[in-house]
Design a protein around this ligand. Structure first.
Ligand SMILES: [Zn+2]
Length: 460
């Protein structure tokens, strides 16, 4: 814990609000300068470019990037196989000839990848495996990515100056606080902050009371946290007044599971959308009003490694991205660790945007249950579909032949036939050769960065 965190924790509420606001102003300097305004202006127009305009923009950006990296200590080695002429003639082919950059490479070759001359500041990323990576960013890098986020919000008629509530894993309200307010305010962003640690059965009445006292245009944050607020409120019959309902809920940082969007929608009635982005900045996809992810081609070029052909021309593979706006810490063919499904190139999205379109992101590849039959199973939410007893569940594999369901039950829920139902469905849909255990918990532990892990493997 840093000194600042310590001071923050001991400060009175008005001081914490002041510090949240100060943080906002400092971030504003990094994100919302002239470069941001110019880039956002450009993004509004390029959003509707046709396929050819997009491709030629990416070819040019990639050419500049690869030529610039010929002298990079890390990427220069692999690029030495290609002449500048090769790069200029077909940058996509040169890129395809480079190895993937794995997270362990970023960790191991940090000093060689980093472009010190570009300056910048250190940023830490959080991975679901718990390994945090260090990278570097410049203010310009931050502005470009932020402009893409803002454009995503504009697709839903929301401005970054609108009043909002952010549901966060960060402890903006110190954990020992037992009396309201369980929220803080960042005046620089007109954003209220509610942190997940205080979203409990005991506090939900106060939290909903607070949410009903304001009129935010949108909510943002982790879907698991927003869904938690919604489920607790629904369970206790606490309504969100019409005047307090957000127009849109922007989810991020983790996959939104079906039961989570259902709960959020039931309680808020809002449009729910999300974007896929990494702190690393190498891969950014933003949803449109039709629910498809469009590649933010202005800041990245995405590929699917180890592609697998699906029905009707869709392709599934490891999502890999090359960032164009990463001056201080370039990443070529960065393996995101997520699996995505891409629509065929003939697909025309109803929103009118062209370019590369993804249907879904399937979640972390490093978290799955391995069955004795050898299948790697990543998604279990369909097992719990239409069950009423479960508030949250985590699937844990402690041994090769067993699986534990860590279940947080809804208030007053009875286990009754739940275990039988899950045992039957598991045997039918996943594997009949695994022993199931049920563990009932008060709370499911989040990762240190506050991410909810739907599947945990203890085998690897
Ligand atoms: Zn679309």
């Amino acid at each position: 814990m840093g000194v600042l965190d310590f001071v923050y924790k001991l400060s009175p509420v008005f001081m914490q609000n002041f510090l949240c606001t100060a943080y906002g102003y400092i971030e504003n300097k990094k994100r919302y300068g002239k470069h941001f305004r110019d880039f956002l202006f450009f993004l509004r127009a390029s959003d509707y470019w046709d396929h050819r305009q997009r491709e030629s923009y990416q070819a040019q950006a990639l050419t500049n990037l690869l030529l610039g990296l010929k002298r990079n200590n890390y990427y220069g080695v692999a690029l030495s196989k290609f002449s500048s002429q090769d790069i200029v003639v077909n940058p996509f082919a040169v890129l395809a000839g480079l190895p993937l950059t794995e997270k362990k490479d970023v960790f191991q070759f940090f000093n060689d990848i980093r472009v010190s001359a570009a300056g910048g500041f250190e940023v830490k990323t959080s991975g679901t495996t718990g390994t945090s990576l260090r990278i570097y960013k410049t203010n310009e890098d931050m502005s470009a990515q932020t402009a893409c986020w803002v454009r995503h919000r504009e697709r839903f008629n929301v401005s970054f100056r609108d009043l909002s509530v952010n549901f966060t894993g960060k402890l903006v309200v110190p954990s020992r606080t037992s009396k309201p307010p369980f929220w803080r305010y960042n005046a620089a962003w007109k954003q209220y902050l509610v942190n997940m640690q205080h979203i409990t059965r005991d506090n939900i009445n106060e939290i909903v009371g607070f949410l009903n006292s304001i009129a935010p245009v949108f909510y943002s944050g982790y879907p698991s946290i927003i869904a938690n607020v919604a489920s607790l409120a629904l369970e206790q019959g606490l309504e969100l007044h019409a005047s307090a309902r957000p127009k849109v809920v922007f989810c991020g940082a983790e996959n939104t599971l079906a039961w989570q969007s259902e709960a959020i929608f039931r309680w808020t009635g809002a449009t729910i959308t999300d974007l896929y982005g990494l702190t690393e900045g190498a891969c950014n996809l933003s949803k449109c009003q039709h629910g498809y992810y469009h590649e933010d081609f202005e800041i990245c070029y995405t590929e699917l490694a180890e592609p697998e052909n699906l029905a009707d021309g869709r392709i599934r593979g490891k999502l890999v991205g090359t960032g164009f706006a990463l001056k201080a810490f370039p990443l070529l063919r960065y393996n995101t660790g997520d699996v995505a499904v891409r629509m065929p190139s003939s697909f025309l999205c109803g929103c009118g945007r062209r370019g590369t379109v993804y249907e879904s992101i399937e979640g972390r590849v490093d978290d799955y249950v391995l069955t004795p039959g050898g299948s790697k199973v990543m998604r279990f939410d369909y097992l719990f579909k239409d069950t009423r007893e479960i508030e949250e569940v985590q699937v844990v594999q402690p041994l090769v032949d067993s699986v534990t369901f860590r279940i947080k039950l809804r208030k007053n829920a009875e286990i009754g036939l739940l275990e039988d139902l899950l045992t039957r469905r598991f045997a039918e849909w996943i594997s009949a050769d695994m022993k199931l255990n049920f563990e009932y918990v008060e709370d499911i532990e989040k990762t240190s960065a506050g991410k909810f892990k739907a599947v945990v493997s203890l085998l690897r």
